[in-house]
Unconditional design. Structure first.
Length: 602
């Protein structure tokens, strides 16, 4: 307590300070020996008096001036010390700031390098895995292509041989059919040549015969031949396909349908596998997205580190401001504390980042390893299934290709057969038309020659009747005398026939034979053409045979006009020939005895 009291004694303190100041001043300005020279003139010596007012200087004693001088010196020293201290503080601040920035830059660079190395390592691992997967799939593809090529080359020679054998067999069949067609054509040509020869003979015979122009104009020169018989045309038509071909076609069709169904099922299975592959690719995309998320998290950590750096700089600036106000010890302590805090924060942030990164890396590695295991297992299963399906598809595809080839060859052969059948039908139709035309001309020539012969006989038989035709005597013919009646031969042989119901010719009632009303028979001179077509022997039919008893007159054949009715002048003329004049202006004679003979009597 005494010490405290003595410390706060103003007199002692003043005297002590005065003594210390004097000693200090003496130390500065010299010793006491030169005490007189030390003191300068007083301020009171400069006594000035103004014009209006008194300008009096302060009446200052020597001790006060000395104190003021010492105070100014002390203040100058203090100011110099303050500037030195400020310079030192600034220097230390800059040194510390530079050191801290360099250390922080080194740590951040180290962290950046480590993060980049880790990212590069992850990218390298990912690329290695992708390359291994690609290499595996490429190897599988090359193996599958090689197996398919081996199987295809193995079965190609056998298929080529089978196809060639089938083509040779089909070519032999075609050659046989072609030979048959050529033989039929040659036969038809021989028949045509024979018919042409007959036609030439008939033409020569016709030219050799001489007839009167009125008889040739009276009788028809042509008669239309009968149309070909439908039954023969039907026989000549191409028959339908055999039932064995139809059954084989149905069996092939069912087999094709089964193959199509199997192909559809396999396509569905392939679609399912493609969907699974798409799911796997989606999972891989998810893994890449997770990696991108990790990269984003790393960027966020970098951003947080930068923010912590900025916060540290801000705190440093605040600490600098505080250090400028506080003492050097506080600055050192704060500096140490700040460094320690920053190091701890950086260490903690690094540890947290490393722990989080390690945990995430471990979790990612575990997830990736598990996913890769699952993917590899699924890949193995898919490979096994694909191998089985490819084996099945290879065999099935070969069978399908063979079936399609066989179908195409069969279709081509069937089309060729149809074309040949159509060609044969067309040739047959043309030859049938030619035969029909030749037969019509032949029968026309036969009819004309027969009519001419009968007309010549009629002219010879009527020579004694003294009947002349209108052409010889256009003015008129008057019989000179009646000739006695005598039996005569028929002009045209009686041809019995059964007239059809619809086309019954008109018959005249002859009342000359005792008035019994007998029906005059219709004597028609015509010939019916023989049936034409394949299988008809042209020279086997008797040329003298005109028409059978069971046949009917064709509708397209014109009937020869009926003989003119006889004019009866008196009942005594029943046994005599009667000469009548028909509608055509010609005289004709007919006797009762001429009605008796018939084809059967002859």
């Amino acid at each position: 307590m005494a010490v405290v009291a003595s410390r706060f004694d103003p007199g002692l303190e003043f005297s002590r300070s005065e003594a210390e100041l004097q000693d200090h001043v003496l130390d500065v300005y010299g010793t006491r020996e030169h005490e007189v020279d030390l003191f300068r003139p007083n301020i009171a010596d400069q006594h000035k008096v103004g014009f209006f007012t008194l300008d009096r200087c302060s009446q200052t004693e020597v001790t006060e001036v000395v104190d003021l001088k010492e105070m100014t010196e002390v203040l100058q020293i203090l100011l110099q010390d303050v500037t030195n201290l400020r310079r030192d503080i600034n220097l230390t601040k800059h040194v510390m700031q530079a050191d801290y920035e360099s250390k922080l830059q080194e740590k951040s660079l180290e962290l950046y390098v480590r993060i980049n190395e880790k990212v590069k390592e992850l990218e390298r691992i990912h690329e290695d895995r992708v390359t291994t997967v690609r290499r595996a799939f490429r190897q599988q593809l090359s193996d599958a292509i090689a197996r398919v090529a081996v199987l295809y080359n193995k079965n190609l020679d056998a298929k080529i041989k089978r196809e060639r054998r089938k083509q040779e067999e089909g070519q032999g069949k075609h050659d046989e059919k072609y030979k048959e067609m050529q033989a039929t054509i040659q036969r038809n040509e021989t028949v045509i040549q024979m018919l042409k020869m007959q036609l030439a003979q008939f033409q020569q015979r016709r030219n050799s015969e001489v007839e009167s122009p009125d008889i040739s104009s009276d009788r028809p020169s042509n008669t239309t031949a009968a149309s070909p018989v439908p039954s023969l045309v039907e026989e000549l038509s191409v028959k339908s396909k055999s039932p064995s071909v139809n059954e084989e076609f149905e069996a092939l069709k069912e087999e094709c349908d089964g193959l199509h169904r199997r192909v559809d099922r396999l396509e569905e299975a392939l679609d399912i596998k493609e969907n699974e592959n798409l799911n796997l690719s989606e999972q891989i995309n998810q893994l890449t997205a997770n990696l991108e998320k990790e990269k984003i998290m790393i960027d966020q950590l970098k951003h947080e580190a930068e923010e912590t750096k900025k916060l540290a700089e801000k705190e440093k600036q605040s600490s600098k401001n505080q250090m400028a106000l506080e003492a050097e010890a506080l600055l050192a302590k704060q500096k140490q504390e700040m460094q320690r805090i920053m190091e701890e924060q950086i260490r903690r942030a690094k540890e947290e980042a490393e722990n989080a990164r390690n945990e995430e890396a471990k979790s990612l590695k575990e997830a990736e390893s598990s996913k890769l295991k699952l993917l590899m297992e699924q890949k193995k299963l898919l490979e096994q299934e694909l191998m089985q399906e490819r084996k099945k598809n290879s065999t099935k595809s070969q069978e399908e290709v063979d079936a399609e080839k066989y179908k195409k060859v069969e279709q081509k052969l069937r089309d060729e057969i149809l074309r040949l059948k159509k060609e044969i039908e067309r040739i047959h139709r043309t030859w049938e038309k030619k035969f029909a035309i030749l037969q019509q001309s032949l029968h026309a020539l036969k009819d004309e020659s027969y009519i001419r012969q009968t007309l010549q006989r009629q002219a010879a038989a009527l020579h004694h009747a003294a009947v002349s035709y209108a052409v010889d005597t256009p003015v008129g013919i008057v019989p000179q005398k009646q000739q006695p009646s005598y039996p005569r031969k028929p002009v045209i042989p009686d041809i019995p026939k059964k007239p059809p119901a619809n086309n019954t010719p008109a018959m005249n009632v002859n009342t000359s034979a005792g008035g019994m009303g007998m029906v005059d028979k219709d004597y028609i001179s015509y010939t019916v053409s023989a049936p034409s077509g394949r299988g008809t022997a042209m020279l086997s039919v008797d040329e003298n045979q005109v028409m059978s008893d069971g046949e009917q007159i064709p509708e397209d054949v014109d009937h020869i006009p009926l003989p003119p009715t006889r004019r009866r002048n008196s009942p005594e003329d029943t046994q005599t020939d009667k000469h009548t004049k028909g509608e055509d202006g010609l005289y004709s004679s007919q006797s009762q005895a001429g009605l008796a003979p018939s084809v059967a009597g002859q």
